[in-house]
Design a protein around this ligand. Structure first.
Ligand SMILES: [Zn+2]
Length: 258
């Protein structure tokens, strides 16, 4: 697993792709209101804690994004969590980069991960859930720059978020952040972009939008995207920016005082 200055790069995000088959043969399952957890072996108490936290995150994520009035996952629409016994079994299946701690497939509301990694409960799980919830709301087909999806997901992490915010603040202080004109052109992370810079800055922008302008504005932004408005137009009108320079300056001022 790749660790860059203490923050894990935690997942592979699959949007609009055909879900990979889960290969392993024998899965037991345990259900709750919004989840079905598939597992092979789990330490005593692990599943109860997982379900308790997943339901808790579900509530806090839909609340923070302003999606409270929409019930996404229940009964046949429950999200699925596949828990492999360990990292070796997880990585035997396709689509597993060797740094990846989880794979989220938005199309079938599936999170695949494995037992025994630090940060799973506090950050990986809410990160992946936020990916699915956001895309379920705005739609899977709409093309968005990566900072929106990853910013939403990272903004819902618990233990990693503070570190990401501090990192992003330092980027602003040192004038090393990605200019919005460049950030807005990134649809896939290339080798020219430092992942920690990208993830931290993306998280901090979504935190800025929600804390400074409120979740109703974030809901308005998401609803406009869902209804076919171009994301740039949706961003300017939902948060009442005249242009992206104004947004960039407001984000920098927010970061410096936070
Ligand atoms: Zn992600």
């Amino acid at each position: 697993m790749k660790i860059i200055a203490g923050i894990l790069l935690i997942s592979s995000l699959l949007i609009g792709q055909v879900p990979a088959e889960v290969i392993s043969s024998f899965w037991q399952n345990k259900k709750s209101q919004h989840f079905v957890v598939y597992y092979q072996e789990a330490p005593a108490g692990f599943l109860d804690e997982l379900i308790y936290k997943a339901e808790d995150y579900y509530n806090s994520i839909v609340d923070e994004l302003g999606f409270r009035r929409f019930d996404f996952w229940s009964w046949d629409n429950r999200a699925k969590i596949y828990l492999y016994r360990n990292s070796d079994e997880f990585r035997k299946d396709a689509n597993r980069a060797n740094w990846s701690g989880a794979v989220v497939t938005v199309a079938n509301r599936t999170i695949e991960s494995f037992i025994g990694q630090s940060g799973f409960f506090d950050s990986i799980l809410p990160h992946e859930m936020a990916h699915i919830i956001f895309r379920e709301f705005v739609g899977q087909k709409v093309v968005l720059p990566l900072w929106i999806d990853e910013g939403v997901a990272c903004s819902q992490e618990r233990s990693y978020l503070l570190g990401r915010m501090q990192f992003a603040k330092n980027l602003v202080l040192q004038n090393k952040y990605l200019k919005f004109s460049k950030l807005f052109e990134i649809y896939q992370l290339g080798s020219d972009i430092q992942p920690q810079t990208f993830y931290s800055q993306s998280a901090s922008i979504v935190v800025f939008l929600i804390r400074q302008y409120g979740k109703e504005s974030f809901l308005d932004f998401s609803r406009k995207i869902r209804d076919g408005v171009h994301w740039q137009k949706a961003l300017l009108s939902a948060f009442r920016f005249n242009d992206f320079n104004e947004m960039e300056e407001a984000w920098k001022a927010f970061m410096l005082k936070s």
